[in-house]
Structure formats: C-alpha cells, structure tokens
Design a protein. Sequence first.
Length: 94
Amino acid sequence: MKKTSVLEVMTQIRDLLLHQAEIWTIDTFCTYTGFEKSYVYKMTSQKKIPHYKTPGGKTIMFKRAEVIEYMTSNRIKTRVELDNEANAILKLKK
C-alpha cells in the first residue's frame, strides 16, 4: 500500500474544494479537465469554450456549470441506442 504524505492529502482536499466553487480560475479549469494552460488559452482566444474575463481583461474565469456542460456536450451513443435508431429507420422504410 502506498503511503501518502500529509501534503499530498492536503493538496487533494484543496483540489476537491476548488472544484466545488462556482467560478474557476484557469488553474482550476486545467486541474479539472487535464488540459494544458497553453491549450486552454488557445481555446479561449478562438472562443471555443465559454469563459469570462475580469473587468480589466487580464484574468480568465470559468463557470463550473458551463465547464461541465462543455465537457459532456459530445456524448457518444451506446451500441443499443444506435441499434434502436437503425431499427426505427428500417421500420419507417417498410
């Protein structure tokens, strides 16, 4: 069994608490998504992900709910769902 240091546990707890916040910094966004900062900056500059800037325009912020919606927006259908759709189309053609 791997021994976990107190610092590692505290870091994990901090990350969990940060992920519960409604407004995220780019660091929290990167921790949650696993994306690199440079990739996130590129995506925000191309307006591919919903984000906000502070009034001075220097800090990028994200709404937690929008990040979750964005990350789950490309759902892949299951084999059963695809089969059901195919069967429905075939029934309409008969």
